[in-house]
Design a protein around this ligand. Sequence first.
Ligand code: NAD
Length: 487
Amino acid sequence: MLEHDTLFIGNRWVTPASESVLEVRSPATLELVGRAPDGSPDDMDRAVLAARDAFDTGPWPAMSFAERAAYLDRILDALRPRAEELDQLVPQESGIPVCFMSGSSGFPLLEYYSELGRTHPQEELRPGRPGVAGGAIVRHAPAGVVAGIVPWNGPVMQILMKMAPALVAGCTLVIKPSPETPLSSYAIAHAVEEAELPSGVVSIVPGGRDAGSHLVSHPAVDRVSFTGSTAAGKQIAAACAPAVRRVSLELGGKSAAILLDDVDLDRAIPTVVNAGMFFNGEACSALTRVLVSRNRHDEVVDRLTHEVADLKIGDPLDPVTFFGPLVSERQRDRVEQYVASGRDEGAVVVHGGGRPEGLDVGWYVEPTIFTNVKNTMRVAQEEVFGPVLVVIPYDDVDDAVRITNESELGLAGGVFADDDHEAVEVARRLRTGHVGINTLGMDWVFPFGGFKQSGLGREMGIEGLELYCELQCFGLPEGSPLASGPR
Ligand code: NAD
């Protein structure tokens, strides 16, 4: 059992302001995995003030991208020996199976942003219009104090996705891990401590909604970077508006996989199932609406059902398990309510729909496939966040595009076809941030984020670094010696 009684505030271990505790129970066994302090608004105040002081008076924001990238290398060196520990811990906190290695799978993010810190220009010289100005230095200045709020699915990766680019950019930051998964964040905090960053640069304070909403409204925070539900994202955007506080939102999805008529199902079906149901379906980018032409509908349903039936449900620590338990009883209730609503609205369960036999302890649900689904039904419009696929027939490609775009969300998607060119032509018509062409196709190197109510801004890639920068412009007189080239 892991017992933590301190919080990592301003790069130091401190006693929490309150005695409130987060208890983590395994969603598979319901046994106690560990305890950690439940960060309070007072703890958030201390963390924000440490970050503010480090930004305003410390050396961190004045360093170069490359100097700060060297600290990422040190964090990674300190994290690597903890890979095995995290790969075992994350399934016990979240129920996400170990086959997805969601503990250490985010480590390459540090490598990627470290490399970017060494190669991406921090300042650029831009020539002025002829005869008007001498040019300008365009500087990628750090955005300031960042509040990063993350969810429980992929808890390590979610923290690293914010921390790595924010640190290279020169920000100081306060990360609030989810109350469901505080334990894995301690491994990151220890690695940051070992990397010996300047005082105050990083705080990692797990806590609930109150602590989160206190953090995002704090006047000393310059930028909020939020990943979570669309409902919370709207509240956070509203909280940031009065101060015009910069905010980026990575929110929910209800993404579609479009199977074009000529698709090779041997190739497509395993990818569609994986893309729709990985992480127990608790993934923002999951392709949970499967769109198929009427003449191949029955064949596709049959193939999907067989593919899902072959995947093992059970202990998330077993390497052959594909479906573990959902993160909490509340999440299972939510998924079961959606399954009930699908049935009530006339959709038909062709696979699953209940609880798996022989798994009486733990928050398990059967992976479920619905047919007879209309795109207006709740199961087709709202994010279920569980292993539930809905199959929707279309008449022709125009109809498939229309159905896909008839959604308030627009995070991800996939087009599956015999020909990549044909698939990408369809992808161009979709109002969604990421489209995989015959694959899910996501990578740290590519910008990721949502259209519509799936978000605001882009994480990952160069855009993920730019997110934590403010552009600053130094206009130069004609003939200025600086016009020959800044650093
Ligand atoms: P959630 O919105 O309930 O909570 C996410 C985080 O925000 C938690 O740390 C929570 O404590 C905090 N929080 C909640 N309300 C808040 C508020 N008003 N102010 C400040 N903080 C608040 O979401 P969840 O159930 O933990 O996670 C699942 C959701 O996250 C899904 O909707 C999923 O699609 C989304 N998600 C999106 C992405 C993406 O990149 N777009 C990635 C992962 C998860």
